[in-house]
Structure formats: C-alpha cells, structure tokens
Ligand binder design. Sequence first.
Ligand code: SAM
Ligand code: SF4
Length: 336
Amino acid sequence: MPNRELIDPAGRRVNYLRLSVTDRCNLNCFYCRNDPSTCFKRQKKELAKQDFVRIIKTAADIGITKVRLTGGEPLLYPEIIALVHEIASIPKIRDISMTTNAILLPQYAYQLKKAGLKRVNISLDSLQELNFKQITNGGALKYVLEGIDAALDAGLTPLKINVVLLKGINDHEIADFARLTLDRELHVRFIEYMPIGGKSEQWDSHFLSLDKVVEVCSKISHFVPAESENGGGPARYFRLQGGKGKIGLITPLSRHFCKNCNRLRVTCDGKLKPCLFSEKEIDLVPALKATNYKELLIKKILAALKVKPDPRLVATASKDRARQFKGNRKMNEIGG
Ligand code: SAM
Ligand code: SF4
C-alpha cells in the first residue's frame, strides 16, 4: 500500500487538488485570458467524468483529502452534478468545494448541495453594473447577485467572494466590498492580480499591492486580525470591528505564501501541474488509458510532487514576472 501522505522535497504536506474541469466560460474577464474570442469556445478537450473520478480516487489513496472544482466556469461542465456526487462519495475526500462566477448558481445551487458540494467561492470584481460589464466583457451583475443569494439559500457556506484588485478599475470599490462583511456572514477576499492570463502590459498598468486594502479598511473602522481558515490556505484574515464576516488578503506577489503551499492542479485535458507559476506539466492521459492506471497515476503524482518548485526560488513581485510566465497556460485553463 502506498504512503498516505504526500510530502514534497521542501517538506510541504500536499493534501489539496484543484481540478479545472473545463476551459470554457460564460464570462470573459480581461485579466484571465488575452484573446476574448476564445472565451466561450472549448480550447482543450475535457476529460470524461470517469477519468476525473479515477484521478481523484487514486490521489485520495495517497494523501489528497480536499478537492476544489474550478475552470473556466465549472458549471459549464456537462456532468458537473454527477461529478460532484461521485467525488463527494469518496470516503477519504473530506472537503469538496467550487470556485465559480455564480451565473448558473440559481439553476444549480440546490442540486450541488444535494450532490455533496460543501461550499463555493464566488468571483466578483465589481459591485457596479457598468464596471462589472466592462471587466467581464459584457457580463450582467444581476445574475451574479442572484447566484450569491442562491448559494446562501442552499447552504453552500461559508461563502467567500473573491475580488481581484485592479488599479484604476475597481480600487475605488474596496470600501464597498469591505462593508459587505459588516452585517452578512460572508468573507470577502482580495487577491493580487497575477501576471498570468491577460496581456503583460495590462498587468503593468493594473497591478496594485493589497497594502491599499489595508489602508482603506483601516479608515472605515478598526481593522483587526481574525482567525485563519481551517486547514490553512493562502489568505490572511482580518475583520472590520463588529463585522460578521471576514476580509481576506491573498498576496501571491507582494508577500508570497509558497512555503505553505499544499496543492497540486489538474487541467481539464488531464495535465498535472505542480505549481501555478510553473510551466511544468505531467500528462496523465496515457496512464488513464492503461489497465494498471492506478499504479501509473500514483507514479505520475509522485513525480509531480518531486518537481514542485522550491518556495525560495519563486520570485517576488517584479515587472519581469509578467514576461516570465508568457509560455504558461491562461488562468481559465489552470483554474486560478
Ligand atoms: N470561472 C470561475 C471564477 O471566475 O470563479 C473559476 C475559474 S477563475 C480562473 C478562478 C479564479 O482565478 C477567479 O477568482 C479569478 O478572479 C481568478 N483569476 C483569474 N485570472 C487571474 C489573474 N490574472 N490574477 C489573479 N486572479 C486571477
Ligand atoms: Fe471566466 Fe472565471 Fe476567467 Fe472570469 S475569471 S473569464 S469568470 S474563468
């Protein structure tokens, strides 16, 4: 029987798998990809549900306990409810969650909950209709707001809202987002814009360190440290004094958290990625086709673990970073 813990050469325990189930999306956020014409079309052929399930079952046998479904927009994967149900039925998987733009949640929230999904993170970069439309290249804010209500009604909680901070685009909305945590039990997490996906000159113009969030929140009220998530995670949490929800800061660039990274990623076409910032990929497809697929998949997962980049080698913010990741996949393919 293989080891039941995955420990990488830097001593990090890896127990979290992020699965990008499709690269298609029903929004078209400018920072996520640099060719708007590709957004609604499938770029890479998605694995069949049974292949995703095989990967997760095998990974669970050797130490993966948490799974997040992402994309593209995961709710566009044709068998998403059945996939959630099968993953939730794997005894060693203790936590299954999803990152979504929420557009389809009014339709799916209850079915997802019933199938075993525990919670959702919802991406929302503006609370203003026109601004939202511009960021997403045509999306309608009202559907996302309805999606948030549907997720809360269905009990897909704790609900987290992810906001990518974009200089000159949504930094004037920091206080509005922060105030959402005052009387609702939802968490707003600000994320630094990463130079992956969109055009590098856009990153040069719109990257803003999350120090700005601290500055704005400190003017609203006392901005006090709050308890971190169960099982770690990249966010540092704070609270506006008296607020029901928390404010998270995810700073991959200004203060990177690679030394605590516990994750591997699988793309929709079956490539295992040891690190978001790495161009290295290990193809799982040949293993999936073999009769001894389990044995072969374990070998591939252990190989990915071995090449997970050393946290000390992952550079901190610099303008050159944007160019450094040019050959990498777009964010809609990797899954954020
Ligand atoms: N479509 C779903 C959604 O938007 O929630 C899931 C996929 S999306 C790629 C996952 C997350 O990655 C979203 O929160 C999105 O805002 C974030 N993301 C995409 N491109 C990014 C970038 N260049 N820098 C930082 N976050 C990014
Ligand atoms: Fe789609 Fe999510 Fe990328 Fe926006 S961030 S284009 S919603 S995959």
